[in-house]
Write a protein that binds this ligand. Structure first.
Ligand code: M6R
Length: 365
């Protein structure tokens, strides 16, 4: 039930500190600074033999997979990519012996992902599921996997499933990294930062009124750009998808670096850009991308860490989030974008939980 919330989407956004905790529950081992994911059904020897990771999914689950691939590659140093399930199936993909596949799906019933999984399995691949709905087709047909335990996600727009899918990948990346080069101390640092996420998210959720005001201010806009880099590039894509889905406003997500290769031609006073500016090694680069947009007459909304004077100087509007360990920014960045999409939809009188033309689970190809 919705409780005090007007819509399921809002309720599910606010549930995230708890649902993320549930995704981690019983899976973190502080003594050895690693993760336990029993459902993988793989021995340590088999995990050690993995040479590549390929993640498949659709929509929001695909973006969670993209972020997962970045983290697996950066933390565990295993080559990893995400692919759209709808594309991989018909590409006649090459399956190599030591590649591990993940099929990501909230519902576990998405046809594109299910058929891709079957095609990969037919070729002898080992495919693991990252799913929410227990007993659904994808977990039943996969070789093992991780349930994210988000609880029912009712709103068509996926929110809490995304952050829990990401958590499953963070735990997997930690496990794989600790079997390889990551030291005990570094593992512990990662665990402590991950455990802190729910608390930091609560602080971000307190910004809801501020984000609502922002939505009111920009409700007249017809086109948005969402720009981020590195780990926050998939978050920018997800922010754009969320806005399209529930408010029907056109939005594009890009790597902030990519706009100079074309999309910058769209910039004018009517097309604002939402920039994700965490305090990480790409911050300076994103700042210069922001300046490029400003100098061409574009409005800039920035999500940045508390008290970042450089961002304040350039941006028209700023939403601040707490500073955290670099890997944890995607959590704190995606939630304001979910809220922004929600309040935009509300402002425009859209059917938030049941957007037109969409279904919760897409069981046709
Ligand atoms: O159930 P799944 O995670 O497999 O669904 C995949 C997509 O259909 C889904 O993420 C869709 O893009 C959502 N409506 C996004 O909010």
């Amino acid at each position: 039930e919705k409780g005090p919330y007007q819509h399921y989407m809002l309720k599910e956004i606010f549930e995230q500190p708890e649902s993320i905790k549930r995704a981690m529950q019983g899976r973190i081992d502080e003594e050895y600074a690693t993760a336990h994911l029993g459902g993988l059904n793989m021995t340590s020897r088999e995990l050690l033999e993995v040479e590549q990771v390929v993640i498949i999914g659709a929509g929001t689950s695909y973006y969670a997979g993209m972020l997962g691939a970045y983290v697996i590659e950066q933390l565990a140093r295993i080559p990893a990519v995400a692919e759209l399930s709808s594309e991989i199936r018909y590409r006649n993909p090459v399956v190599r012996k030591n590649t591990l596949y993940f099929a990501v799906s909230q519902s576990g019933e998405t046809a594109d992902t299910l058929y891709a999984l079957r095609e990969l399995k037919r070729k002898g691949a080992r495919v693991l599921g990252i799913c929410n709905v227990v007993g659904s087709s994808i977990p039943r047909e996969s070789d093992g996997g991780v349930y994210i335990h988000s609880g029912p996600e009712i709103a068509v727009a996926s929110t809490k499933a995304f952050t829990s899918q990401v958590t499953a990948f963070y735990l997997f990346a930690l496990l794989m990294a600790r079997m390889r080069h990551l030291s005990y101390e570094e593992g512990l640092l990662f665990i402590r930062a991950l455990r802190e996420v729910p608390e930091r998210l609560r602080e971000v959720l307190e910004k809801a009124p501020e984000i609502k005001a922002l939505a009111r201010k920009y409700a007249w806009v017809k086109n948005f750009l969402f720009l981020g880099r590195g780990l926050n590039y998939p978050v920018a894509l997800e922010g754009a998808l969320k806005l399209k889905e529930v408010s029907y406003i056109h939005a594009e997500g890009y790597s902030a670096a990519e706009i100079k290769h074309g999309p910058i031609a769209l910039i004018n006073p009517e097309t604002p850009s939402v920039f994700l500016v965490p305090h990480d090694e790409l911050r300076e680069k994103v700042l210069s991308n922001m300046k490029e947009v400003k100098s061409r007459g574009g409005k800039v909304v920035a999500l940045c860490t508390e008290g970042d004077p450089d961002v304040r100087e350039i941006a028209d509007d700023v939403i601040e989030i707490p500073a955290v360990y670099r890997y944890m920014y995607p959590y704190l960045m995606v939630v304001p974008l979910q809220l922004f999409a929600y309040y935009m939809a509300l402002e425009l009188g859209r059917d938030v939980d049941q957007p037109r033309n969409l279904a919760k689970s897409v069981t046709v190809e």
